[in-house]
Design a protein around this ligand. Structure first.
Ligand code: NAG
Ligand code: NAG
Length: 131
């Protein structure tokens, strides 16, 4: 009898905690939620499929300007050098930019041409860092 009472009390307590947690998550400012959901997960930023060459180039130019070191990997001799695949070029530098800026969702926007992925996009010696 008292066991049953105790366990139903703990179920209510657990439900109250859940509700409380849900409400506190809901009330969190977007930036904090973003950190919780995104920043501490393993994820990478790459370019969305079917983006125009112009957009790819703008992203490459943007990243190489903002974070010059990100361009090292795609230059001749770099671990991700690829003379035939501009999509790869763009994804490599976009991911480095995103990781270095602190992995906020808006760091992978790139005029809506960036997308987060949760499987490691590294190919062979071309390693996509994950901070
Ligand atoms: C994003 O779009 C704005 C306005 O069209 C443009 O000025 C900017 O260069 C673009 N940035 C990238 C990275 O495409
Ligand atoms: C990728 O970027 C590197 C460095 O700017 C360049 O040498 C290479 O030609 C680019 N590849 C493509 C397909 O644009």
């Amino acid at each position: 009898m008292s066991v049953a009472k105790k366990s139903s009390a703990s179920v209510i307590f657990a439900l109250a905690c859940l509700l409380c947690y849900a409400m506190s998550t809901e009330a969190m400012p977007l930036a904090v939620k973003d950190k919780q959901d995104n920043q501490f997960q393993r994820n990478w930023c790459i370019v969305k499929p079917s983006m125009s060459d112009d957009q790819l180039q703008r992203n490459i130019d943007f990243c190489c300007t903002e974070v010059p070191a990100s361009c090292k990997d795609i230059e001749d001799g770099g671990s991700c050098y690829n003379p035939t695949n501009k999509v790869s070029n763009a994804s490599v530098v976009m991911n480095i930019y995103y990781q270095m800026m602190g992995k906020h969702l808006h760091n992978c926007n790139f005029n809506n041409s960036g997308i987060l992925v949760y499987d490691d996009p590294s190919v062979g010696s071309c390693v996509y860092p994950q901070l």
